[in-house]
Design a binder for this molecule. Structure first.
Ligand code: IMP
Length: 457
């Protein structure tokens, strides 16, 4: 590989070679690890959290809501979790929904019901804890999300329509309701009426039929009674667990490029989905994170609107979508597909403090012919640009490095040395450009379809 570093272009450098050869960070003595999506979500975090959870005592969601969709394979059946942490299949792990998560109580009730229907043991207060400070998504937030998308028309964000943005907006406006309010009817009823009064003008010209504040309060109080054994001071429990040396695995939702501050604003979600959201979303101190496993697919995808520099169109996009079954697990929308983007990756690795990379869906590229990796951006007429820009991303054109296609089927391979040369060259090019080592490669949806590269896990 060319060791030169050209201005504005990512190349394998002596610095990244040093990074890649240092000991892997996810070792058993590490007590607090985060698993995070590096680009626009849908990187396959569910499977990786499920895998890492074997060595965890606690698995904790810290942000987002049921806009997320984490797919697991359980006894040959596909299981999609939206709100409940991905370690729920490990009955000895304590799953925690941290205070940074927004909860639609009706959805949570239904997701719990679905798990019970599949025979999956969820015991509130034992293997599932819910932070009392989680803000609530109410039916009016869902309606407002949909109304606001309609009003934006061509400029719509392409949200999941689940009320995430309006619920976080009410949190910031300090009128939101929290999970603990469900246990306090005397507080809940007047607070709910206040929110209704506050929002009424927004619905005057719509034909949306909302439940009355009193009817909704009754339903929420009933759900609160069901959830009560699980509603706790989760921050306190997590800090105690950490002091006692328990292993904590923090489960990111969405991805770094959907972070409200560091993503492709305004085409982002409404929370700090990168590692910045961990301290506020859990109550753990900021310095307590030992390692960050950044998950990235071997190609890029995005759902919803917003710039996507390495996006493909036509037959090439369709071939990738078909090979990777790239349809949203929350909304079923076809995902936009494109070449691997090393510029975006390097930015996300730096912003999130990723210490090692998990590369997923490498098997999907096998047999698809020659590959490309975006190594730098330029704006026509303005020349090359440094890094990943906060503005004008829709104007950039990537420069690509061509890579040999990966032959055959690699989904049954379990050792790095046995991968075809072309696959290893692809992986090593990515890690050189990312500035962090690739420690684990996923070559299929099954739990065992992984290739370890030196990581202790
Ligand atoms: P919201 O989070 O529903 O407000 O949607 C904002 C943006 O984030 C939209 O582009 C969604 O498609 C995207 N988004 C939200 N959650 C996910 C996810 O779990 N995976 C991928 N994209 C997501």
């Amino acid at each position: 590989m060319d060791a030169a570093y050209r201005k504005g272009e990512l190349r394998f450098s002596a610095h990244s070679a040093r990074l890649c050869s240092r000991p892997f960070a996810l070792s058993p003595h590490m007590s607090t690890t985060c698993v995070i999506g590096l680009l626009w979500g849908d990187e396959g975090k569910g499977k990786i959290v499920d895998l890492f959870a074997e060595k965890a005592d606690y698995v904790v969601r810290y942000g987002g809501g049921h806009n997320a969709g984490h797919t697991l394979i359980h006894e040959g059946e596909t299981l999609v979790l939206h709100l409940i942490p991905s370690a729920i299949l490990h009955s000895e792990v304590t799953n925690v929904i941290g205070g940074g998560v927004v909860i639609d109580p009706f959805h949570l009730r239904d997701e719990l019901g679905e798990l019970a229907g599949k025979g999956i043991q969820v015991e509130l207060g034992r293997n599932l804890l819910l932070a009392e400070t989680c803000h609530l998504i109410l039916p009016l937030h869902r309606s407002l999300d949909q109304l606001s998308e309609q009003q934006r028309g061509q400029d719509r964000i392409g949200t999941t329509g689940r009320g995430i943005g309006p619920a976080y907006a009410d949190r910031a406006s300090r009128i939101g309701l929290r999970l603990g309010d469900l246990l306090r009817p005397e507080r809940l009823r007047p607070a709910l009426r206040k929110i209704y009064d506050n929002k009424a003008p927004l619905f005057t010209e719509s034909d949306i039929d909302l439940p009355s504040a009193d009817q909704l309060a009754d339903e929420l109080i009933a759900i609160g009674e069901q959830l009560a054994p699980g509603i706790v001071d989760a921050g306190h429990r997590l800090r105690q667990a950490q002091s006692a040396g328990r292993k904590l695995l923090l489960e990111g939702a969405q991805g770094v490029l959907l972070d409200v501050d560091h993503g492709t604003y305004p085409f982002v979600t409404s929370s700090n989905s990168s590692t910045g959201g961990i301290a506020s979303g859990t109550g753990l101190p900021p310095a307590s994170l030992d390692s960050v496993a950044g998950i990235v697919k071997a190609y890029s995808t995005r759902v919803g609107q917003g710039p996507f520099p390495s996006e493909l169109s036509g037959e090439q996009a369709e071939a990738l979508r078909k090979a990777g079954n790239e349809y949203g697990s929350t909304t079923g929308r076809p995902r936009r597909c494109g070449w691997f983007d090393a510029v975006a990756l390097r930015y996300a690795v730096q912003v999130s403090g990723t210490t090692e990379i998990v590369l997923t869906n490498l098997d999907v590229l096998a047999g698809l012919g020659p590959l490309k990796i975006a190594t730098s951006y330029e704006i026509p007429g303005r020349g090359p640009i440094e890094g990943f820009p906060a503005f004008d991303l829709d104007l950039v054109e990537p420069r690509y490095e061509e890579m040999a296609g990966i032959p055959g089927d690699i989904s049954e391979i379990r050792s790095y040395e046995k991968l075809p040369d072309e696959a290893r060259q692809y992986v090593e090019a990515i890690e050189g450009m990312a500035g962090a080592p690739v420690s684990l490669i996923s070559v299929g949806p099954g739990r065992d379809q992984v290739i370890h590269r030196g990581s202790a896990r």
